[in-house]
Structures are given as C-alpha cells and as structure tokens.
Design a protein around this ligand. Structure first.
Ligand SMILES: Cc1cc2nc3c(=O)[nH]c(=O)nc-3n(C[C@H](O)[C@H](O)[C@H](O)COP(=O)(O)O)c2cc1C
Length: 239
C-alpha cells in the first residue's frame, strides 16, 4: 500500500480515492454501496457539516425514496460502527461532518500565545457571549499600536478606540457584520492613547464552535494603514 496515493482519515485509517475503498490497519475493509457513497461525500467535505437531507440526496440519488432523517441517522450509525477509527460528528440540528485529520504537532499549543505576541499586526479576541462583547485578549502589537497596556483594555468593547469620532460609516458597517455573525474588513479612524489619529484596517471574523456551530468569539486583526491613508487623502486633495 503506497500511502501517498491514499487519504489519511485517522492514524490507522486510509481511503483510496481511485478504488473508493477504505483500509483499516492496512486491511481492506469492505463497505456497502450506500456506506461507500456516504463516506465519499463526508471525505469530500471533510470538516464541513452537511445537512441530513444533502447526505440523503447524494446517497440515495436515483432511488425514488422519500427523505427521512431516520434513514440518514441509521446509515451514519452503521458507518460509525463499521469504522470506529473515524471521528464522525453529529452536530445539533441534523448535521454531520467528518473531522479533518491533522498530524499531531507537539508543542504547538504551548507556543500559541507566543506566536500571537510575536505577530506584527494587532490581534484582539472578544467574547460575544458576554454583555457588550468585551475584549478578552490582546497581543503585544495591539498594545504598541494603540498605546494601552492590556489591563487597561480587557473587559472593554473595542469601540473605545474611536474616541469621540463615532459618526463613521465603517462603524455601522462593522456593527451590521457583527450582528449577522459575518466577517468584515474595514478601515476605521481610531485614536492612540496619546490622541494621535490612526487609520486602522481591521478584519473581524466570527469564530464558531466546530461541534455545536455556536458563536464563541470574534477575532480582530488590526493593521496601521495611517501612512498610506494620509498619502491617499493628500493626493485626492491635490486633484
Ligand atoms: C474582534 C473585534 C475587533 C474590533 N476591533 C475594532 C477596532 O480595532 N477599532 C474599532 O474602532 N472598532 C473595533 N471593533 C468594533 C467595535 O467593537 C464595535 O463593534 C463597533 O463600534 C460597532 O458597534 P457600536 O455601534 O455598538 O459601537 C471590533 C469589534 C470586534 C468584535
């Protein structure tokens, strides 16, 4: 078995996409046509939750069978029993996904905060499940960019960076995206602790729990684009 021609689904489980068969501990594990087809779909969309009706339509296409979520549940349960080495997740609301397999990266988690602190752009994490979506983490680049120590900003909503300058289109654009749990990229006028204007290009992304699909955090990445913006505005004025 040449491993490079196979997709690794877990430490001991491989999928051969050409023959559409699965090997567990190097041994070919036969699957029924429906299970093969279901597994194929899950592999294709690895990590992405699929609705039971999508699975049903894919597996039973051509058969004039009426959709029934129990059929999918049974199929999934049988697939799990047959391949206990796979991490098939049953999400709330009739969604299923196959967990992506990642090679273990020892030490990586231990260094995660160091990575964030050594990043060149500001990083902020907020908790939308608390009142007014307060900051729960900022990295060092954030504290340098705005001149505040992390203790001064933890627990506050990021809007304090706008100072008195709150009548901005970017602000309502961000508000709308956050309300709809969508990603947004905007340039907003912010102020350094010392009062200096900063044009801040901020990218805000919602972070969802992979299993429950519930909104857990917002991640913000801030980039100081003041020099570029000042130049652009000067050029505009000259025209
Ligand atoms: C993760 C995250 C990062 C944010 N970063 C900034 C920022 O750097 N500067 C800023 O002015 N607003 C930022 N905001 C937006 C404000 O917190 C707030 O959502 C925005 O002002 C719109 O809401 P409001 O109308 O209630 O103030 C950020 C929001 C989130 C969730």
């Amino acid at each position: 078995m040449k491993e490079k021609n196979y997709i690794k689904l877990s430490p001991n489980c491989y999928w051969n996409p050409h023959e559409e068969v699965v090997y567990v501990d190097g041994i070919l594990t036969p699957l029924s046509a429906n299970k093969t087809s279901c597994l194929k779909l899950l592999i294709y969309y690895r990590g992405k939750p699929l609705k039971d009706i999508e699975i049903f339509d894919f597996v039973f296409k051509g058969e004039s069978k009426e959709f029934n979520n129990k059929t999918v549940r049974t199929l999934m349960s049988n697939l799990r029993t047959k391949l206990p080495c796979l991490n098939i997740i049953n999400h709330y609301g009739g969604f299923y996904s196959l967990e992506k397999y990642r090679e273990p990266t020892p030490d990586f988690q231990e260094y995660l905060l160091d990575f964030m602190d050594q990043a060149k752009n500001g990083i902020v994490i907020t908790d939308p499940n608390q009142k007014d979506n307060p900051i729960i983490y900022v990295n060092e680049a954030f504290t340098k960019m705005f001149g505040y120590a992390s203790e001064e900003v933890l627990g506050k909503n990021c809007r304090f960076l706008q100072g008195e300058d709150t009548e901005q289109f970017a602000r309502s654009e961000i508000r709308e995206a956050i309300k709809n749990e969508k990603e947004v990229l905007a340039v907003i006028r912010n102020y350094h602790k010392g009062g200096r204007l900063i044009y801040n290009e901020v990218q805000i992304s919602p972070i969802f729990d992979k299993h429950t699909l519930q909104l857990k955090y917002f991640l913000g990445i801030q980039k100081d684009v003041t020099d570029l913006y000042t130049l652009m505005l000067q050029l505009k004025e000259k025209k």
